[in-house]
Write a protein that binds this ligand. Structure first.
Ligand SMILES: Cc1cc2nc3c(=O)[nH]c(=O)nc-3n(C[C@H](O)[C@H](O)[C@H](O)COP(=O)(O)O)c2cc1C
Ligand code: SF4
Length: 448
């Protein structure tokens, strides 16, 4: 049984309410933080080795230390609860079942960063969670954890919840800031980075829900103790939302010491492939990260066991590896069609492109069109190289990483499943008839 630092109390009846949360040690991290200086809190987070859980995995303590502190200018902390990446639903779980854990982390982080007005930007579809958060914030206010002069410390802080309107791009931190300011959520050109010029042009830190919730165990244990869980630069625990063709889809807290194989096949986690089928492929970190075929998912190209850590999942770069990303673990069994799957993703990214830069605006639509004709039996062999060329011209040539996020799934699908794309061209009828089951990959498929 892996160590739990975030979801440990999730099953306690009534833990969503303030009273039960407090009875079980809740808000002790805020008490501790307020006895420390803001710099000391930042130092603990640095020592913990915590990496941002929103996707990029940037060290949180370092990010906090970059926050500019010009005199007389407010600073802001914004919690990114947009969570619109396909396959990712771990923040929803945290907010729904442990709202006070997030509020506690937010208050401690607000103290560390000097944010007196802190925002939770939440995806609009999570309407029922807005009510849960509002209730938790009201309770925290009623018990003196928010408002003026918290616990007599002289620190004032208030938390506001803002709903998005259903755009994936508003999860990108600068688009989120634009949206929070009441504008259309178009990403900004960086630099300047939000740490210098963010919300209302003031220094701003944007962090993911899980990142900010992790501040609570870091303060409870101390940064060094927190860092003892995990391997290498993958410290602490990570929430993984597992879905697709598995027996036990759900949100799991892993302590980043287990292998991918254990995560998929152990009854503690995914419980194996549904229906006793064979594993074909997996997208380990949300729809934007490269898909890996079964053989490269379970072992790296060096033949080592692939572990559920930032380093191991990305071992081999994009040639033979992938990324931890947001922790959206999407499993595909032997009957799934990679071309169809890639089309679904391409459609999503075309729809969600904000349209500011032409490689993303035009490229995503073009890729979708080509994949659509391949999937519908009208593909040409040269379409495979054309797709490759288009994704290559998008990657790295756009204002924000949505362009990369649209290019990587196409690149990885072609890199690892080129034969399957070719098969769609040479045998379209058979392909459609067989509903995409592929015998030629049988040797690479791993038995459950
Ligand atoms: C298109 C796009 C969507 C994103 N969506 C989210 C999201 O829903 N939640 C999130 O925390 N980060 C998201 N990010 C990453 C954020 O820009 C930012 O890096 C993150 O909120 C930083 O928090 P962290 O350091 O705690 O990971 C997205 C990035 C891109 C490019
Ligand atoms: S990459 Fe796409 S989503 Fe990002 S700014 Fe450019 S057009 Fe908009």
């Amino acid at each position: 049984m892996g160590r739990k630092l975030l979801l440990e109390k999730a099953d306690i009846p009534g833990i969503r309410s303030y009273n039960v949360y407090r009875q079980h040690g809740g808000y002790a991290a805020v008490e501790k933080a307020l006895r420390m200086t803001p710099e000391e809190v930042v130092e603990e987070v640095k020592k913990s080795g915590l990496r941002g859980r929103g996707g990029a995995g940037f060290p949180t303590g370092m990010k906090w230390s970059f926050l500019a502190k010009p005199a007389g200018v407010p600073r802001y902390l914004v919690c990114n609860a947009d969570e619109s990446e396909p396959g990712t639903f771990k923040d929803r779980y945290l907010m729904e079942f442990l709202p006070h854990l997030l509020i506690e982390g937010l208050i401690a982080a607000s103290w560390a960063l000097g944010s007196h007005r802190t925002y939770i930007y939440i995806r609009g579809e999570y309407a029922w969670i807005v009510d849960i958060l509002d209730q938790a914030i009201a309770e925290a206010n009623a018990h003196g954890w928010l408002g003026k002069n918290i616990l007599g410390s002289g620190f004032d802080c208030q938390i506001y919840v803002q709903r998005g309107a259903g755009a994936y791009i508003c999860g990108e931190e600068t688009a989120l800031i634009e949206s929070l300011e009441g504008k259309r959520g178009n990403p900004r050109i960086k630099p300047p980075f939000p740490a210098v010029k963010g919300l209302w042009d003031c220094p701003t830190v944007v962090n993911n829900v899980e990142t900010l919730a992790a501040v609570v165990p870091i303060l409870q244990l101390g940064g060094e103790e927190y860092a003892k869980t995990g391997i290498g630069k993958s410290t602490g625990t990570k929430l993984i939302s597992a879905c697709g063709n598995i027996n036990r889809p759900g949100v799991y807290e892993i302590d980043m010491t287990i292998s991918v194989e254990e995560f998929i096949y152990s009854d503690e986690y995914c419980g194996g492939i549904a229906g006793g089928k064979r594993l074909k492929a997996c997208i380990p970190g949300g729809s934007s990260v490269p898909i890996l075929p079964a053989n490269l998912l379970l072992r790296t190209a060096k033949g080592e066991k692939r572990m559920m850590t930032y380093e191991s999942l990305s071992d081999g770069g994009f040639q033979t590896g992938s990324m931890m990303g947001s922790g959206g673990f999407i499993v595909l069994d032997e009957d799934q069609c990679v071309v169809r799957h890639t089309l679904t993703l391409a459609r999503f990214y075309r729809h969600e492109s904000c349209g500011q830069c032409s490689p993303c605006r035009e490229g995503t639509g073009w890729m979708e069109k080509i994949l659509h004709r391949m999937e519908h039996g009208k593909g040409r062999m040269e379409d495979i190289d054309l797709l490759w060329d288009i994704q290559r011209r998008i990657e790295g040539n756009t204002i924000c990483p949505l362009g990369d996020a649209a290019a990587w799934p196409v690149a990885a699908a072609i890199r690892h499943f080129r034969d399957e794309f070719a098969w769609h061209v040479t045998a379209p009828e058979e392909c459609l008839r067989r509903n995409y089951g592929l015998a030629q990959y049988a040797d690479e498929l791993v038995s459950a």
